[in-house]
Design a protein around this ligand. Structure first.
Ligand code: ADP
Ligand code: MG
Length: 574
C-alpha cells in the first residue's frame, strides 16, 4: 500500500493544510464541552444571565469557526482524493498500454478492467476515509486529557470499557478481512462471466446455451451475494455493539457522577462535560475500529493495483537510438524461435527468410502452424526469444516502436473496427489522409461499392466491433486502412479468407498495382492466392518445411503438394 502513496507527492501542500485544519477542528471540539460546563456551573446554577450570554456568544463563535474549518477540510480533501485517484488511474492505464500481448494474455482483460476501475475506486474511498481519520487521534488524546482532568476517579470506567472495545475491534476486523478479500475475487469472476456472455452472445444463442450461461451467472452472483452478506453483517455488527457499549458507559458515568455531585465533590456542569468527552472518546474508537475493518479491503485493492504497476513491460521501447534513414523496407528473419509464455513447445522454430521490396512473400500452412504468430513478431506484438528480425539490416529490437510500426501496414486476422464512421475507421491507418485518399484506398480494397450502398456512405456509422458489417466487408475496410497508410511493408494475415473468388481476384489485381514497390508478406489459405508470389513459405508446426516458387515447391515439398491437391483438382496448375 505504501508504494501507491508515492503518487501523493504533488499534493503535499494540501495534505499539510488538511493537517493544520484538523488540529484547529480538534481544538474546537475538545474546547466546546468545557465552555458548556462553565455555563452550567457559573451561569445557570448561579442564575448569572450576563455570564451565560457572554460565554454563549463565545461558544457560538467557536462553533462557527469549527464549521468553517470542517467545510474547508472537506473541500481540500475532495480535491486531494479525486486528484490522487485520477493520477493512479492514469498511471495504471499508461502501464497497461505499454504491455505486450503476452502480458495482456497473462493478466486477462476482465481483471485489468476491474483493477483500473473498481479497485482504484475502492482504494480511493478508503483513502478518503483515512484523510478524515487524521483528526481522530487528536480528539482522542484531547478528550482523554480533559476527561481525566474533570474527574480522575470517574475515568476508571474506561479501564472497564476499553478492553471490551479493543476485543470487539480485533475480532470483527479479523473476520471482515477474510471476507472482503474473497469478495473481490468473486467480483472478478462475476465480471468475467458477464463479459464473456456479452462478447459471445451470438455463439451462446446459436447453440442455445442461454440456460447454462444463466445458471453460471446465477451461481457466480449467488457466491458473491453470500460472501457480501457475511462481510456486511460483520460490519453491521460494529455500530449496534459500539452504541451499546457507549450507552452502558454513559449510564455508569451518570450513576457514579450523580453520587459525586450529590456529595458535592463534582459540579453538574463538569459531569455533563465529562459525559460528552466520554462519547467523543468512544466514537473515536469506533472510527478507528471501522478503519481497521476497512483496511484489508484497501489492502486487497492496493495489492491488485500495485501488481499491475510493478510489471516491467518485456518489450522495452528503445528511445535513445533513432533510426531515421529510410531503407526500402526489406525484412529478414534470422533463425527466429518463439514460444508463447507457458507453452510447452515453441510456436515458431528456427525460421529464416528474406522479404525484399517489390516482392511478395506468401505463407501457407495448416491452421495452428504458426503463420499468425510469425507475422505478429514483425510489429513486435511479441518479442522473439532466439534469433533476430531485421528491418533494412537493423534489428527491430533496436528501433523505436513508433518508427518501426509507422512503416508497417498490418491487416490482422481478426479485424477490429471501432465505433465511428466508415471514413474514421479507414483513417486510423493515416490520420492525415484526405477524403480523396480515403476514397481511393477504399476503391482499391474493393470496398467503395458496398460503402456507397450503406446509408450515409463514407459517413455511415459502424457499431462497436463492426457488428453491422459482414466478415468480408470488415476485411476490405481493414485492407483499406492499411492501404491509406502507404507503408513500406504490407502484412496481410489471411485477409482474403472471407471474400468470394471474384472479389478476391479483383482485390489481388488492385493490390498488385498498389504495392509494386512495397514488401508484401501475405498469409493465405488458398493456393490461388499464393500462386503468383515470388516466394512461398510452407509452414508446419512452427517450422518452414518448404520455400520457393509454386512450381519449385510442387516438385520438392510434400506438404505443399498435399495442400495443392486438396484444393485444385488434378495437377493442371503445375
Ligand atoms: P495459424 O495462424 O497458423 O493458424 P497461430 O500462429 O495462430 O496459427 O498459432 C500457432 C500456435 O500458437 C497454435 O498452436 C496456438 O495454439 C498457439 N497460440 C496462438 N496464439 C496464442 C496465444 N496468445 N497464447 C498461447 N498460445 C497461442
Ligand atoms: Mg492465423
Amino acid at each position: 500500500m505504501a508504494k501507491l502513496l508515492r503518487f501523493l507527492k504533488p499534493y503535499r501542500v494540501y495534505l499539510g493544510l488538511i493537517f493544520i485544519l484538523a488540529c484547529c477542528q480538534a481544538m474546537a471540539e475538545v474546547y466546546l464541552p468545557t465552555l458548556m460546563s462553565e455555563i452550567v456551573n457559573k451561569g445557570i446554577l448561579k442564575k448569572d444571565v450576563h455570564y451565560i450570554l457572554e460565554i454563549g456568544e463565545y461558544m457560538i463563535l467557536v462553533a462557527l469557526f469549527n464549521a468553517v474549518v470542517i467545510a474547508l477540510t472537506s473541500y481540500i480533501s475532495a480535491k486531494v482524493t479525486v486528484g490522487y485517484g485520477s493520477s493512479l488511474r492514469k498511471a495504471v492505464f499508461a502501464k497497461v498500454r505499454s504491455f505486450s500481448l503476452s502480458e495482456l494474455d497473462r493478466m486477462g482483460t476482465a481483471s485489468l478492467v476491474n483493477r483500473t476501475t473498481n479497485d482504484i475506486t475502492q482504494f480511493q474511498q478508503i483513502f478518503t476515509a483515512m484523510l478524515r481519520m487524521i483528526i481522530v487521534p487528536m480528539i482522542l488524546i484531547g478528550s482523554i486529557l480533559m476527561a481525566v482532568s474533570k474527574n480522575a476517579k470517574l475515568s476508571l470506567i474506561f479501564l472497564a470499557v476499553l478492553p471490551i472495545l479493543g476485543l470487539c475491534t480485533v475480532v470483527i476486523g479479523k473476520n471482515s478481512m477474510r471476507f472482503f478479500k474473497t469478495m473481490q475475487d468473486k467480483l472478478d469472476r462475476l465480471n468475467m462471466i458477464v463479459r464473456e456472455n456479452l462478447k459471445g452472445v451470438r455463439v451462446i444463442r446459436a447453440f442455445h446455451q442461454m440456460e447454462g450461461q444463466t445458471e453460471k451467472l446465477h451461481a457466480a452472483g449467488k457466491d458473491l451475494t453470500v460472501i457480501s452478506i457475511k462481510a456486511n453483517l460483520t460490519i453491521a455488527l460494529v455500530m449496534p455493539l459500539m452504541m451499546l457499549i457507549m450507552n452502558v458507559a454513559t449510564l455508569a458515568a451518570l450513576w457514579y457522577g450523580g453520587l459525586f455531585t450529590g456529595s458535592g465533590s463534582m459540579q453538574i456542569g463538569d459531569l455533563m462535560a465529562y459525559v460528552q468527552y466520554m462519547m467523543q472518546i468512544i466514537i473515536c474508537i469506533v472510527f478507528v475500529s471501522m478503519m481497521f475493518s476497512a483496511m484489508p479491503r484497501a489492502k486487497a485493492s492496493a495489492e491488485r493495483i500495485q501488481e499491475v504497476l510493478a510489471i516491467s513491460p518485456d518489450i522495452m521501447d528503445k528511445r535513445q537510438r533513432r533510426n531515421d534513414e529510410h531503407g526500402a523496407g526489406s525484412i529478414e528473419f534470422r533463425n527466429v524461435s518463439f514460444s508463447y509464455p507457458g507453452a510447452e513447445r515453441p510456436a515458431i522454430r528456427n525460421v529464416s527468410f528474406r522479404a525484399e521490396p517489390g516482392k511478395t512473400v506468401a505463407i501457407i500452412g495448416g491452421t495452428g502452424s504458426g503463420k499468425s504468430t510469425l507475422i505478429n513478431l514483425i510489429p513486435r506484438f511479441y518479442d522473439v526469444q532466439e534469433g533476430s528480425i531485421l528491418l533494412d539490416g537493423t534489428d527491430i529490437k533496436e528501433m523505436p516502436l513508433q518508427i518501426l510500426r509507422a512503416r508497417l501496414g498490418v491487416v490482422p486476422q481478426e479485424n477490429v473496427l471501432f465505433r465511428g464512421t466508415v471514413a474514421d475507421n479507414i483513417s486510423v491507418g493515416n490520420r492525415a489522409a484526405s477524403r480523396e485518399e480515403i476514397r481511393k484506398a477504399a476503391e482499391k480494397a474493393q470496398a467503395h461499392e458496398f460503402i456507397l450502398s450503406m446509408e450515409g456512405g463514407y459517413d455511415a456509422e459502424i457499431t462497436q466491433g463492426g457488428t453491422n458489417l459482414s466478415g468480408g466487408q470488415k476485411q476490405r475496410l481493414a485492407i483499406a486502412r492499411a492501404l491509406v497508410r502507404r507503408p513500406d511493408i504490407y502484412i496481410l494475415d489471411d485477409s482474403f479468407s472471407a471474400l468470394d473468388f471474384t472479389t478476391d481476384l479483383h482485390l489481388r489485381t488492385a493490390l498488385k498495382n498498389e504495392t509494386l514497390a512495397a514488401t508484401v508478406i501475405v498469409v493465405a489459405q488458398r493456393v490461388s492466392t499464393v500462386i503468383d508470389a515470388d516466394i512461398i513459405l510452407v509452414m508446419d508446426q512452427g517450422c518452414i518445411v518448404g520455400m520457393g516458387t509454386h512450381t519449385e515447391l510442387l516438385n520438392t515439398c510434400v506438404t505443399y503438394k498435399e495442400i495443392v491437391s486438396s484444393q485444385l483438382p488434378g495437377e493442371e496448375s503445375a
